[in-house]
Design a binder for this molecule. Structure first.
Ligand code: AMP
Length: 282
């Protein structure tokens, strides 16, 4: 059984004497199989004797939309059962004051990596992400931090945060866990009605088409166009389809990331795929 920790003092006391073999899995709760895979990866990383902390905090500073924040699914009891079954030692559910002790706390700036793609439609989102993750790191002081590939831009922002501030934490990335039809698991999927859920299938199909086009030597511009066409539907709003490198810049190397963001109904969904580019044709 994991320990349910709800304050910073309790967290400090629970971690005291455990040593430094600690892995942190930051989440906003509403845990699903994607989170479970990350918790299992954390356990594998620290071994039986290590400590796996799962944070469960819906971070207000990364939401631009009040409704989105208010409607974000929350079920701590269920999260506790899931985190326990997945092998976590601690489910940490901090209060807002634990994370933001003063109103005028300095926000960490995510910079260029946080200003494009998701960041251009959601200004300040990645500053919120960088700020909360930095704070989680300060409070837990983990040796490892585990994140999912599904949120690729988030990973790049956090990599930069770690590098710039020389934080002694190893970032470990877990692969995206998908439904049987390919849709990436997300806490937000529960907001899709059955018709919207059906439409959402187009996302993995489009990414797969982009992948196939890339391996058969298509030009970047044509890959993006094919993905857009595969997503085309009056009820799908496409925010972007981009093929970029690890720095979120134009691909010049032999691989890239195909990144997609759409809104179906009121639900914004993102996904991405690693793309090998044999002989790059820009
Ligand atoms: P969230 O609770 O949505 O903020 O996500 C917490 C962590 O779970 C982040 O590192 C996400 O990238 C990761 N995650 C979310 N969905 C998935 C998924 N389908 N597969 C793997 N990791 C995921």
């Amino acid at each position: 059984m994991a320990l349910l920790v709800t304050s910073n003092t309790q967290l400090r006391n629970s971690l005291a004497g455990l040593g430094d073999n600690v892995a942190l899995v930051p989440t906003m709760g509403a845990l699903h199989e994607g989170h479970v895979a990350l918790i299992e990866l954390a356990r594998k990383t620290v071994g039986k004797a290590g400590c796996v902390v799962v944070s469960d905090f819906i971070n207000p500073t990364q939401f631009n939309d009040d409704e989105d924040f208010k409607n974000y699914p929350k079920d701590v009891k269920e999260d506790f059962l899931i985190a326990t079954a997945a092998g976590a030692n601690i489910l940490w559910v901090p209060s807002r004051d634990d994370i933001y002790p003063s109103e005028d706390m300095n926000m960490v700036k995510a910079g260029f990596l946080g200003e494009i793609l998701e960041g251009s439609d959601r200004p300040g989102h990645f500053d919120g992400v960088a700020t909360v993750v930095n704070r989680l790191f300060e409070l837990v002081v983990p040796k490892y931090a585990i994140f999912g590939q599904k949120d690729l831009q988030q990973i790049l922002v956090i990599k930069e945060l770690i590098k710039t501030n020389k934080i002694p934490i190893s970032l470990i990335v877990g692969p995206t866990v998908r439904e049987s039809d390919g849709l990436a698991l997300s806490s937000r999927n529960s907001r899709l009605d059955s018709h919207q859920r059906e439409l959402a299938k187009k996302i993995p199909v489009a990414l797969a088409q982009g992948y196939d086009a890339a391996v058969s030597g298509a030009r970047v511009v044509d890959i993006r166009q094919q993905v857009r066409e595969a997503l085309e539907h009056p009820e799908i709003k496409i925010h972007y389809v981009e093929l970029l490198d690890d720095k979120l810049e134009t691909v010049t190397n032999n691989h890239g990331w195909l990144l997609v963001s759409v809104t179906i109904g009121n639900t914004r969904l993102i996904d991405n795929s690693f793309i090998p580019l044999g002989n790059l044709n820009c």
